[in-house]
Design a protein around this ligand. Sequence first.
Ligand SMILES: O=c1[nH]cnc2c1ncn2[C@@H]1O[C@H](CO)[C@@H](O)[C@H]1O
Ligand SMILES: [Zn+2]
Length: 384
Amino acid sequence: MTSQTTPAPAPEQIRRAPKVLLHDHLDGGLRPGTIIDLAREVGYEALPETEADKLGVWFREAADSGSLPRYLETFAHTCAVMQTKEALFRVAAECAQDLAEDGVVYAEIRYAPEQHLEKGLTLEEVVEAVNAGFREGERRAKESGHRIRVGALLTAMRHAARALEIAELANRYRDFGVVGFDIAGAEAGFPPTRHLDAFEYLKRENNHFTIHAGEAFGLPSIWQALQWCGADRLGHGVRIIDDIQIADDGTVELGRLASYVRDKRIPLEMCPTSNLQTGAATSYAEHPIGLLRRLHFRATVNTDNRLMSGTSMSREFEHLVGAFGYTLDDMQWFTVNAMKSAFIPFDERLAMINDVIKPGYAELKSEWLFQQTASTRGSVASAS
Ligand SMILES: O=c1[nH]cnc2c1ncn2[C@@H]1O[C@H](CO)[C@@H](O)[C@H]1O
Ligand SMILES: [Zn+2]
């Protein structure tokens, strides 16, 4: 294709483009103003700032530590205000609304139910409040002219010991708003094999799961997640580049694990801004997503934590467009990759690709044809 048919998309086109989000934490995406409201309602007094703008900046800066464990400390404040049904409902509804307004048409949002029990909620009450919030957010989005579908992923914390219980919970709610399972939290020192019983259970149930791996720890973590635990997708997975050698003449050689990941089309849930903050990557331009896209890995673009990273799906794409010169075709490629990798049934994924994503990009890609340019605007006389 010529560059004329696929010019660099403008920020406003990026926002309108249909996007698919597979890796976003519910407790990492609250509106700062909502945190302040909820803190007031529940009497939480430990917030570092009491003005929304300043609180947003505080989260971004505190998360900019270069270390995953320190990045994760900021979640104490968001989890603290997400301990009632009402709070969970509100946060989930706003999450769906915010994503829809940003042009996200399908999202899988994760959270750890075990982190929302401090005020006496049961695990089931947590899941049901969040699900109800997502349905409300979908409804509000529709009212304002957007379409979004949201599924939940239930996360177990890798330093804790409740993975099997949470996996069973995910399985119980699998036809009721929950589409899969995940483990998250500090990676170094907490290998995914600690939770083998949970993964084996889910496999026996024919259920789906992703594992945060290859973010703060390297290839052994990815290898375990895939070959011992049987993960369907990798959360981040950026360190897979440690198994890719590039010679001086540009020849690329994949090691056994990187080959496996590419050959088996293992989806990589990549989150560029989050990786810069935790030190998993050094700059957008050097982010492994550039190489992995060139090598046709099943790479996807994600936000991880919109609050801590001050980001959105559109902003992640803007950064990538700036760093790699991506076009709408590249955006479509990432989006179709993500939709193919979602945990909902195949026929629904296919319909989203064919009936929502491709027509959405076709519409955007055709816009240049109708731009008023000097050559089509006026008569020869008026141009002189
Ligand atoms: O990038 C990440 N890597 C590992 N764990 C994370 C990341 N982002 C958030 N969480 C953890 O997942 C929990 C449930 O949503 C959050 O509370 C946070 O501790
Ligand atoms: Zn994450």
